[in-house]
Design a binder for this molecule. Structure first.
Ligand code: NAI
Length: 394
């Protein structure tokens, strides 16, 4: 399942490539460089990827950029093997100049890995969410981190709406009952509600959070709320009728449904923990498609078991792939439902893959041709954090 192919030097590739201005040229004679090593850690697509070429984010289909990179004479190494010091990822990170990763099968670029990655200049996230890179370590080593902002935000917002509905309407146990051959309406209806008339709040009102709010408008919720240190522009807040709440405990205590739509960083790791869950309305529903580690694994499982939460749904896990015995796979509320967990795929629909593959190519092109990057894609630039979404910083 490991795809290791060396780029052959074509004649076009032998023509010199301008060193990006973001890298220091030690002398004029070294202003031009030959092919570089580009390492990509993607997820294994298996049979599905052989049958479906639009599964671009897989090791098999390689973001569709191999012919282009090879025509430029670069070495392109693609793998899904990311764990441990013998992994293909760790073996090649020592001299790769460009690293491409996805949040779906994250190669964890820890401080230790960054120390080893002597030649690494740029990390590109094929997708949105770069928390699998130790961003503070990247800042210290002047490694740029870019992502394809906006590439899958609609994909995720749609998944959030689906997850809210499947929890509130008690969909999963209803479907399981049908597959079992049973038919007992009251067992399902006793815990099924309408979304209309409920209070829904988002932690984080950026691209995804705002799109979730927009999609909630026609459901006639009682109220829409948001919690975010970055305020929405007044016009945008007015357009969806959302009210900002400054205090997180106060915020969750008002919500029937909480949806998490902020990045994972020092300020959000374990944000939804046992203490905060006590402040939720009894029987609230929680949807997290942002990052698993924003919610405390055991505290969530305990809150669901006790009925403090009626449901928890999402596609993101504190470790990915999630171990077979991860409690979020099987946790249930006291009535045996309330689990809407799926593998990490909300942002990797075929539509999204097309957009993040194209966006990755465009970031690479800018890097190779020494052109400026789109500002919205820059998480870490040469002088540090360029985003305002990864916590409040000086
Ligand atoms: P964005 O940068 O447009 O918005 C993030 C918002 O969260 C910003 O408004 C920021 O101020 C806010 N925020 C940051 N820290 C906060 C805190 N402590 N409390 C409250 N708000 C806080 O990002 P976007 O595009 O909306 O994506 C958000 C996250 O969703 C990504 O960082 C990623 O982790 C996740 N995501 C998940 C995907 C999936 O497939 N499940 C796909 C795409 C993104």
């Amino acid at each position: 399942s490991t795809y290791l192919r060396r780029g052959l030097l074509s004649s076009a590739a032998r023509s010199p490539r301008l060193l990006s201005s973001t890298r220091l040229a030690p002398s004029l004679s070294q202003t031009y460089a030959a092919g570089m090593k580009i390492l990509a850690v993607l997820y294994k697509g298996g049979e599905a990827a052989k049958q479906e070429s639009r599964l671009l984010g897989t090791v098999e289909n390689q973001l569709g950029i191999r012919p282009w990179l090879e025509s430029l004479g670069h070495e392109y190494i693609v793998t899904d093997d990311k764990e441990g010091s013998d992994s293909v990822f760790q073996k090649h990170i020592v001299d790769a100049e460009v690293l491409i990763t996805t949040p779906f099968h994250p190669a964890y670029v820890t401080r230790e890995i960054i120390e080893k990655a002597k030649n690494l200049k740029i990390c590109i996230t094929a997708g949105v969410g770069s928390d699998h890179v130790d961003l503070n370590a990247a800042v210290e080593k002047h490694i740029q981190v870019l992502e394809v902002s906006g590439s899958n935000v609609v994909s995720v917002a749609e998944h959030v709406i689906m997850s809210i509905l499947l929890l509130v309407r008690n969909f999963v146990p209803a479907h399981e009952m049908i597959e079992r051959g049973d038919w007992q309406v009251s067992d399902i209806a006793r815990n099924a509600y309408d979304l209309e008339g409920k209070v829904v709040g988002t932690i984080g009102a950026g691209r995804i959070g705002y799109r979730v709010l927009q999609r909630l408008v026609p459901f006639n919720c009682k109220e829409l709320l948001y919690y975010d240190y970055n305020a929405l522009p007044e016009e945008a807040a007015k357009a969806v009728g959302v009210r900002r709440v400054d205090d997180l405990k106060d915020f969750v205590s008002q919500c029937d449904v909480v949806t998490v739509n902020c990045p994972l960083h020092e300020g959000t790791r374990g944000l939804v923990n046992a203490d905060l869950l006590k402040h939720f309305k009894k029987g609230a529903w929680l949807v997290n498609t942002a990052r698993g580690a924003i919610c405390d694994k055991d505290a969530v499982a305990e809150a669901l078991k006790s009925g403090q939460l009626s449901g928890y749904a999402g596609d993101v896990w504190n470790v990915q792939p999630a171990p077979k015995d991860h409690i979020w796979r099987t946790m249930k509320n006291p009535l045996g439902g309330g689990n809407g967990m799926v593998p990490h795929y909300s942002g990797t629909t075929l539509d999204a893959q097309q957009r993040y593959a194209a966006g990755t190519k465009s970031i690479l092109e800018n890097y190779l041709e020494n052109k400026p990057q789109e500002p919205q894609n820059i998480i870490i630039g040469l002088s540090g954090y360029e985003t305002k979404a990864y916590g409040v910083r000086k």
